[in-house]
Design a protein around this ligand. Structure first.
Ligand code: F1P
Length: 571
């Protein structure tokens, strides 16, 4: 049995919140070692089940349920009248719901079908590009957005994603589905075993995430509800479910939806073997990506240096790879206490390519200006050699990339490329040569021509996600934003993060839980003594008060390297 799987290892924590034994000293590692540790953590996603402790991605029960859910999607695709598949989640889970729903709707359009996939992200479309953690605690908001997305529909397959099995927004939606079985079939996607679902009371509701899961479990045998909850191992940075949680979400959604598509449009039956093969293709994706670990480490180093100097990292992407850049950048604020300017993503056509529910969001402020044109107008003029710019593209985009690379090179030589290609495309080789000359480094990820175009497309997306997660996580680690393997410069903006902060204080101070919670409350409310009012308020109220407070605020102003700040503070 692996260390983290032992019942004695951090027994009070669900898998998604445990700390990973592989990364205990990631805060003191070099760029190369960081990438190697991330690779080892990612590889845990595909480890086989041992001794029936936890279901894993490739466990029999998981594969069977993936097939059952894919069949339900197939039914909607074959009989679209009144049908809809809704993918919903908070933060990264909602962003990946968006990426997947948009990708598969695009495929439907190429076959002259109308869209059958909808996404919901807690906090609406602004949450695609920025952290909106408060709505994640709002179960009623979840229900309202589900009702709105399903107006006029008579058969809805609802896939609720919560990596930690904890978001009240999703719990509310699942509860609503259970109450309306004539229309809704609920599916839960997450990465803890069901018994570890959160039992935290949800204000204004009689259910908890845990009680909803229990009710779903009773319906599983009759195939009236589905649970896909494999463990993928603790995150490299504890609780950072954007990483493996997000990757496994993408893998499972891709496998389910593409199996349903193939069954509907190419008469390929949904089989056990087919599902396992598709999952294995993602395992291969990890290998192909991390075969470039030296190149990735160079990017981590460059990005880390930029952040250490208070400069920025910009991702300029094309197509859906750009969306992964937008997603990765949006997560740096809540995960590392970063400013939105620190890591930013841009996509060629802006909102016209993004095709999101609410259309252009540029009026919300500069953070929401996401087109390459916006980059050229507002960001490029401020750049110097100390900023890192990363181009992310496939061979289809090279001519456009050369043009942009030349323009950027005029302002900074700190230009790098991530180029996904298949060996078939020698035609673009001359232009790629030009790009190589303009860039300080190029990571070339090569995909097999023997694989279908749609699978390569999904593999490129996962590969880009892994690579960018490594760059932004690694760069912030080099900047000193992680203590051992814990995020510490986070805002305590919802109940999950509030509980996490309390536990962290407990771990660091070895004081009992109630004392740590007291200390956290004093910091949040900026008081020396807790009033009766504060003590009797619920977690949501505290999270509200904390929204503008950084957990480590004042200590970090004096000592930006987290491990040193914490050690100085403890001593
Ligand atoms: C949702 C989420 C994460 C984010 C942060 C806060 O988590 O928004 O995506 O990184 O941890 O919570 P979950 O509901 O998928 O567990």
């Amino acid at each position: 049995m692996r260390e983290w799987e032992s019942p004695d290892y951090e027994p009070r924590l669900p898998v998604s919140e445990k700390s990973n034994p592989l990364t205990r000293d990631i805060d003191r590692a070099s760029a190369c070692c960081i990438v190697r540790m991330l690779q080892a953590c990612d590889a845990q996603m595909f480890q086989e089940e041992t001794g029936a402790t936890y279901q894993r991605l490739l466990s029999d029960r998981v594969v069977q349920t993936v097939m059952e859910v894919a069949r339900r999607v197939e039914v909607v695709l074959k009989e679209p009248q009144g049908g809809l598949v809704v993918l919903s989640g908070c933060g990264t889970s909602g962003r990946l719901a968006f990426l997947t729903a948009s990708g598969f709707n695009r495929e439907l359009r190429t076959r002259d079908h109308s869209s059958l996939f909808s996404y919901i992200v807690a906090g609406g479309d602004r949450a695609l590009l920025s952290s909106q953690e408060a709505p994640e605690d709002d179960a009623n908001l979840g229900i309202l957005s589900l009702k709105k997305a399903c107006e006029g529909k008579t058969r809805v397959l609802f896939i609720g994603i919560s990596c930690g099995l904890s978001a009240p927004f999703v719990a509310g939606q699942l509860d609503f589905c259970l109450q309306h079985p004539e229309v809704y079939t609920p599916v839960l996607l997450g990465f803890n075993p069901p018994h570890q679902a959160s039992d935290e009371p949800i204000p204004g509701c009689t259910f908890t995430f845990h009680s909803v899961v229990q009710r779903m479990q009773e319906l599983v045998r009759r195939e009236e509800a589905f649970l896909i909850t494999p463990a993928v191992g603790p995150e490299a940075v504890s609780g950072s479910s954007r990483m493996k949680g997000g990757s496994a979400t993408k893998i499972l959604l891709d496998v389910i939806l593409s199996a349903a598509h193939a069954a509907t449009f190419t008469n390929t039956p949904i089989t056990y073997k087919g599902v396992v093969q598709h999952m294995r293709a993602y395992e291969k994706t990890l290998e192909v990506t991390y075969a470039q670990s030296e190149g990735i480490a160079a990017l981590v180093e460059a990005a880390g240096q930029s952040l250490c100097r208070g400069r920025r990292v910009c991702y300029l992407g094309w197509g859906s790879l750009a969306v992964l850049g937008l997603i990765d950048a949006s997560e740096c604020e809540p995960t590392f206490g970063a400013d939105y300017e620190d890591v930013r993503g841009f996509t060629r056509g802006g909102y016209s390519e993004l095709n999101n529910n609410e259309g252009p969001l540029t009026s919300l402020g500069s953070q929401f200006c996401i087109a390459h044109q916006d980059f050229l107008r507002f960001v490029l003029p401020t750049l110097s050699d100390q900023d890192t710019v990363l181009l992310i593209y496939t061979q289809d985009d090279v001519s456009d990339v050369v043009t942009l690379a030349r323009t950027v090179r005029g302002k900074t030589s700190n230009l790098h490329a991530v180029h996904h290609h298949t060996d078939e495309h020698a035609a673009a080789a001359a232009q790629q040569e030009d790009i190589n000359k303009l860039c300080l480094s190029t990571v070339r990820v090569t995909w097999s021509t023997a694989t279908s175009e749609s699978l390569v497309h999904m593999q490129r997306e996962l590969s880009t996600k892994l690579l960018l997660n490594a760059v932004s996580t690694g760069a912030h680690i080099l900047k000193g934003k992680i203590y051992q393997n814990h995020m510490i410069d986070v805002q305590v903006t919802n109940s999950k993060l509030y509980r996490r902060a309390t536990r962290l204080l407990q771990k660091l101070s070895a004081h009992p839980e109630h004392r740590c919670e007291e200390a956290l409350l004093k910091a949040i409310h900026r008081v020396d003594e807790l009033t009766a009012d504060i003590s009797s308020s619920d977690v949501t109220t505290h999270a509200h008060a904390a929204r503008d407070r950084s957990m480590a605020e004042s200590h970090l102003e004096q000592e930006p390297i987290i491990r040193e700040a914490v050690e100085a503070w403890l001593s």
